[in-house]
Design a binder for this molecule. Structure first.
Ligand SMILES: Cc1cc2nc3c(=O)[nH]c(=O)nc-3n(C[C@H](O)[C@H](O)[C@H](O)COP(=O)(O)OP(=O)(O)OC[C@H]3O[C@@H](n4cnc5c(N)ncnc54)[C@H](O)[C@@H]3O)c2cc1C
Length: 410
């Protein structure tokens, strides 16, 4: 049966960016109707703890929720979960969902995030092979992890390494397998990659870099091993695949919006349609900080971009220029990244690497572009402010232990 409804702002997706957009609209005094449609059954929740405190059993599901149920009632925000938007009609300004409901919108926001990239090898569908993106994923992994003894992590990005750290903390034999020649290679410079490889080895995990996976083997549909590209088989009860994500931009592509490996938007989150915005992991944006189109996958990006979208819809535009930042927790190490280190040429260490408390300042042509901090929250906060303000810092100053960094901010 087809039903129809109208919403001044319709947000597709009910994750970090969607929630922030709705909250910011109300904060800005926006009085129109707001509806969120999310395909997951859960109300908007935070993903970062899924591979950290939640997986460790140190956080319960209720605490994952980004806002309590009152938030939606009090803010007059209609939240519809368990529904997938399946088509956009830009001429009629409508969206259809998988239950046949047609939504008429004034402005549409695409906050569809990303989905995991599947491992394209034989055996990848055996029981015991997992991916990690959603609360449903982690609730499936938990009981299997408890039973497993030999765990393989395929792909050493942030999620793979965070998962590996938790598995190792739980006493599992952990093998990390990365096809590239270093871990977290897309996000950090080589010195930080090597530091984290050492960290995982120090805790007893095996770290294999430059090692591809050619297949997964098992019996009776149950995983028993990972076959490496050189033919060696590693005995495995559970494999966690973390080889990146793909932006959910099919709806936008089918609607004829400009898309690359994400939905193309301007500094207000506006797509090539004047009534359709996008924010978060699904977006490709020419970020002034990167100097080129980038698709960032972080809470900061989802929140700050969603705020810009809400500002534009509320009639008080605020372009999205914020400095990118990110964090990761592995064992007792907190990595905090400010800026983007791609293309940097000079790397200066500040602090003490042996004491696991230091930062690396990355410069390009003498300009600070990024700072990776290990258990050094103070450096991270100053770095964000330096990067945002453009106040100068030289490599010599960054490496000077007698200089109090904060003095550079005045
Ligand atoms: C395990 C894990 C750990 C992470 N750790 C960190 C961290 O430490 N720090 C950090 O900064 N970031 C971290 N991230 C990344 C961060 O969570 C994401 O960048 C952020 O969630 C992006 O928000 P989003 O709203 O763009 O997308 P999402 O949070 O993915 O939300 C998009 C939602 O839209 C839904 N959707 C998609 N298509 C449709 C459709 N057609 N109809 C209806 N609904 C749809 C999706 O199902 C999803 O629920 C982590 C991510 C994961 C998975």
């Amino acid at each position: 049966m087809t039903s129809e409804m109208r919403s001044d702002v319709l947000i597709i997706g009910a994750g970090q960016a969607a929630l922030e957009c709705a909250a910011s609209l109300r904060k800005n005094g926006y009085e129109g109707t707001i509806t969120l449609i999310g395909e997951e059954v859960h109300p908007p929740y935070q993903r970062p703890p899924l591979s950290k405190a939640y997986l460790l059993g140190e956080m319960d599901a209720a605490r994952l929720e980004l806002r309590g149920r009152d938030f939606y009632t009090n803010g007059a925000i209609t939240l519809l979960t368990g529904r997938q938007a399946v088509a956009i009609d830009r001429t009629a300004k409508t969206v259809k969902d998988d239950q046949g409901t047609v939504y008429h919108y004034g402005d549409l926001v695409l906050a569809t995030g990303a989905r995991v990239r599947k491992l394209p090898v034989p055996g990848a569908d055996l029981a015991g092979v997992f991916y990690l993106r959603t609360l449903t994923d982690i609730d499936l992994i938990g009981p299997s992890l408890a039973q497993a003894q030999n765990v393989a992590v395929i792909g050493a990005g942030f999620i793979g390494l965070e998962f590996a750290a938790v598995a190792r903390k739980q006493g599992k034999n952990v093998t990390i397998i990365e096809a590239a020649d270093r871990v977290m290679g897309r996000a950090v410079t080589e010195d930080i990659s090597r530091y984290f490889e050492g960290l995982h080895r120090k805790h007893g995990s095996t770290v294999l870099t430059g090692t591809g996976v050619s297949g997964l083997v098992g019996q009776n549909d149950k995983l028993q091993g990972v076959t490496l590209a050189n033919g060696e088989v590693i005995a495995t009860d559970l494999a966690l695949v973390g080889i990146g994500v793909i932006a959910n931009c099919e709806l936008a592509v089918e609607a004829g919006l400009d898309c690359g490996n994400g939905i193309v938007v301007d500094e207000h989150g506006l797509t090539s349609d004047p009534h359709i915005y996008a924010a978060g992991d699904c977006v490709l944006y020419h970020h002034p900080f990167a100097g080129e189109p980038v698709r960032l996958e972080s809470v900061q990006n989802a929140i700050d971009q969603a705020k810009s979208v809400a500002a534009a819809i509320s009639g008080t535009p605020q372009p999205y220029h914020a400095v990118p930042w990110f964090w990761s927790d592995q064992f007792d190490i907190k990595l905090q990244i400010a800026g983007l280190s791609t293309g940097t040429d000079t790397h200066v260490v500040r602090g003490n690497v042996d004491e696991d408390k230091f930062s690396i300042f990355h410069f390009r042509n003498g300009d600070l572009r990024a700072v990776d901090s290990i258990n050094s929250a103070g450096d991270h906060m100053v770095a964000r402010r330096l990067l945002a303000s453009g106040k100068p810092i030289t490599p010599e100053q960054a490496g000077d232990p007698n200089l109090v960094l904060k003095t550079l901010l005045v």
